[in-house]
Design a protein around this ligand. Structure first.
Ligand code: ATP
Ligand code: MG
Length: 297
């Protein structure tokens, strides 16, 4: 009985350990994600491990390349890492959620002044990359016979120093390629940051993870939408509701000024600029657009 009590208590105190990048392009956005979900983290001294005073998680700070292995081994339960790294490391992991940041692509690039003739251009070429597994798969699938030169950093300088003829690397804006006299010729895959989980989490950890996913989705949904307030002449209310129907239907409050109402609704951010003219044409005035922090559907 006593034993059951203690194992239950331990189970309830058990934390979900999440690995994130210690320092790099995904670090700040990963921390912002926790903050937006109202999960605070203590500074964790040496910053290898931090815990949360208000949520049952621990955060482990690692190099992004190490995250798939740590999660596959169960040293971390969950990780936040780019799909590019996950695909390269080929570990047995479950992708829990796409996170919408760290967007980039893995592309083949060649010197700017070369005449690109199509994929067969790469036959007999030396390609420098930090992603040999993804590249090898692509070359086999496309029946290209090229030589892969694996290097761990600054891949973009390889053609200029004669180490390779072309490169296979991460591209986002293309400015790094441009400044190294290279041009992107084939996009092999797109990538963004994802949450991955160990393939055998216990029920308690799965529940904690589900709570986090619920919060993340509420925040992401809220970012896509805006709260809109506008004053409308009463006789135009029906026409305006057709333009901005809201989540269920808008709230309407009478204004002190006779014949006018205040209408409150929710609108997708991407639609706002499309409907603004129509709202004005129907006589809407004093239009306010306010960000939404969380949205539970
Ligand atoms: P670490 O020291 O942790 O190994 P790193 O130098 O390998 O870091 P970063 O350059 O910080 O990695 O990039 C981390 C991830 O950010 C990439 O794997 C990719 O998923 C994503 N990313 C998004 N945009 C870019 C970009 N323009 N260049 C590089 N990575 C990008
Ligand atoms: Mg890395």
């Amino acid at each position: 009985m006593l034993q059951t009590f203690f194992s239950l208590k331990n189970k309830n105190m058990e934390k979900l350990r999440i690995a994130i990048q210690k320092s790099g392009r995904l670090s700040e956005k990963s921390l912002t994600l926790f903050a937006e979900c109202d999960i605070t983290l203590d500074s964790g001294g040496g910053r290898l491990l931090a815990s949360s005073p208000d949520f049952p998680i621990e955060v482990l700070y690692l190099r992004d390349d190490d995250i798939p292995q740590y999660v596959a081994d169960g040293v971390a339960d969950v990780g936040i890492v780019g799909e590019n790294v996950i695909n390269e490391k080929c570990k047995k992991l479950i992708v829990t959620e796409k996170l919408g940041f760290g967007k980039c692509r893995l592309s083949l690039a060649i010197p700017k002044n070369e005449n690109y003739t199509g994929k067969e251009y790469f036959n007999g070429k030396r390609i420098a990359t930090s992603y040999p597994n993804i590249l090898n798969k692509y070359l086999i699938e496309n029946k290209i016979n090229a030589e892969i030169h694996e290097i761990s950093g600054s891949v973009e300088i390889a053609p200029n120093i004669g180490l390779a003829d072309s490169i296979f690397d991460i591209v986002s804006s293309g400015s790094t390629l441009f400044s190294n006299n290279l041009k992107e010729v084939e996009i092999v895959q797109y990538s963004e940051a994802v949450m991955v989980e160990h393939d055998n989490l216990n029920e308690n950890k799965k529940n904690i993870l589900n709570d986090i996913i619920f919060r993340i989705r509420s925040v992401q949904e809220a970012k896509k939408n805006k709260y809109i307030l506008l004053n409308v002449p009463n006789e135009k209310i029906d026409a305006i509701i057709k333009i901005i129907p809201g989540m269920k239907s808008p709230s309407i409050l009478p204004l002190a000024k006779e014949g006018w109402s205040s209408l409150h609704s929710v609108i997708a951010e991407k639609d706002f600029w499309k409907v603004i003219d129509k709202l004005k044409q129907k006589g809407a005035q004093g239009i306010l657009i306010i960000p939404i922090e969380k949205m539970i559907l």
